[in-house]
Design a protein around this ligand. Sequence first.
Ligand code: FES
Ligand code: FES
Length: 157
Amino acid sequence: MAGICFILNGTETVYDGSPTDRLMDVLRNTYRLTSVKCGCAEGECGACAVLIDGILLNSCCVAMGTVQGKSITTLEGYRETERFAVLDKAFGELAAVQCGFCTAGMIMATEALLSKNPHPNEKEIRDGLAGNACRCTGYNAIVRAIQKASQEGEGLW
Ligand code: FES
Ligand code: FES
């Protein structure tokens, strides 16, 4: 049986396991992309969020059979971009990271938001993060960090 072919962080990849395997488990266990976290495993927390063809999706709710021909980006791949450098600086300066469990999903959600709307207002930011839970920061620091990044990253998104 032919494997499932997809692009993973820019690299052509073939997965030989079952099409019913969960993308979250495959990313973590097969490809060791441990930025992808298992929070709830039922699509509620966003800790496992990745970009699939640029769209934010919770990888715990995605079966491997559906990623054939798609391009998947996790934080490990996104980390190589200029956009990430701007977000990293803003999140660090504004203390938008505490325990860090939610952070990779937050960053991927932020990328999805800014790529559609480079200058979101506060409500648009909160709406964009609606699927991502954070137990530590109270969200305000994250919102401020995204506002700062959208200013300092002018022209990148
Ligand atoms: S682990 Fe996927 S949404 Fe919570
Ligand atoms: S920083 Fe701890 S859950 Fe968000």
